[in-house]
Design a protein around this ligand. Structure first.
Ligand code: COA
Length: 234
């Protein structure tokens, strides 16, 4: 399905993306403060999605205070996520492996790495990748400089807050220091741009990512995040 599918749009204060590999699944991301979302129009829109064949809707990773709106509409917990932050209080390490700017022509290789590195639910398709790139006013895309393309990081910033939106290294190239170099680059870029805190979220059971982030100075934020889900048959 092309990324310009008619239901891929912003409506009722949320952005909706239908999965390219399974059009019965949609992902919603709130665009406005949750307090501005209205229950009835949003419920109506869920009905429209259902009529178009959508059976399941997943939210983006939501903070605790933003989850209530969706719980009250019948969403249930899909997965809790760990939220980590780096406040730049500790010295940053220098990337040991060279990286370069990710170009538009790298997009299909980036998607291939993403597909190989992540479990099915979390995999990016073209529209999810575009969404991550456009999520913040400023974005940095980095890939390893040497052939073949083995890993990438997408980091965004909005004002003084930074977000490590995506990080993946192809399984055949993991544990050789590339992930650490990409995170080091993200931290240095953020610090140069006066970011106060760089945030990243990861699955609770993702031991590799957690070890990597904590070894680089990230620490767990007290309140985590959660992805909620809605099913048409409930
Ligand atoms: C997480 C990920 C990016 C790490 O990339 P990488 O290139 O293998 O990382 P590095 O080789 O730089 O490893 C850096 C450190 O991370 C930790 N680490 C990485 N993989 C690990 C694993 N499987 N188990 C435990 N620790 C791990 C270790 O502390 C490691 O240091 P060490 O090798 O000196 O022990 C990679 O495993 C990946 O793409 N995973 C799937 C996608 C993902 O989870 N992305 C992050 C989600 S937020």
């Amino acid at each position: 399905m092309p990324s310009d599918h008619p239901l891929n749009r912003s409506a009722f204060g949320v952005r909706v993306r239908i999965r390219e590999d399974n059009r019965s699944v949609a992902h919603v991301t709130p665009l406005t403060p949750i307090a501005n979302l209205s229950r009835d129009p949003f419920l109506g829109y869920l009905g429209t999605l259902q009529q178009s064949g959508v059976q399941q809707v997943f939210t983006s990773a939501l903070r605790a205070k933003d989850q209530r709106f969706f719980y009250e509409l019948g969403f249930t917990l899909h997965e809790e996520l760990l939220l980590l932050g780096h406040n730049f209080a500790t010295p940053l390490s220098t990337p040991l492996q060279p990286t370069r700017r990710g170009r538009r022509s790298d997009r299909s290789a980036i998607l291939h790495i993403d597909e190989s590195a992540f479990p099915e639910f979390w995999r990016f398709d073209q529209s999810a990748l575009s969404e991550a790139i456009k999520a913040t006013p400023k974005t940095r895309i980095r890939v390893n400089a040497q052939y073949p393309l083995a890993g990438f990081a997408i980091t965004g910033r909005s004002g003084r807050l930074g977000f490590l939106q995506r990080l993946a290294v192809h399984p055949q190239h993991q544990r050789s220091g590339l992930g650490r170099s990409l995170v080091a680059d993200a931290l240095l870029w953020s610090k140069r741009r006066f970011v106060r805190e760089l945030l990243v979220n990861t699955q609770m059971e993702n031991v590799g990512a957690r070890e990597l982030y904590e070894s680089m100075g990230f620490s767990k934020k007290s309140a985590g995040l959660a992805v909620l889900q809605w099913s048409a048959d409930t």
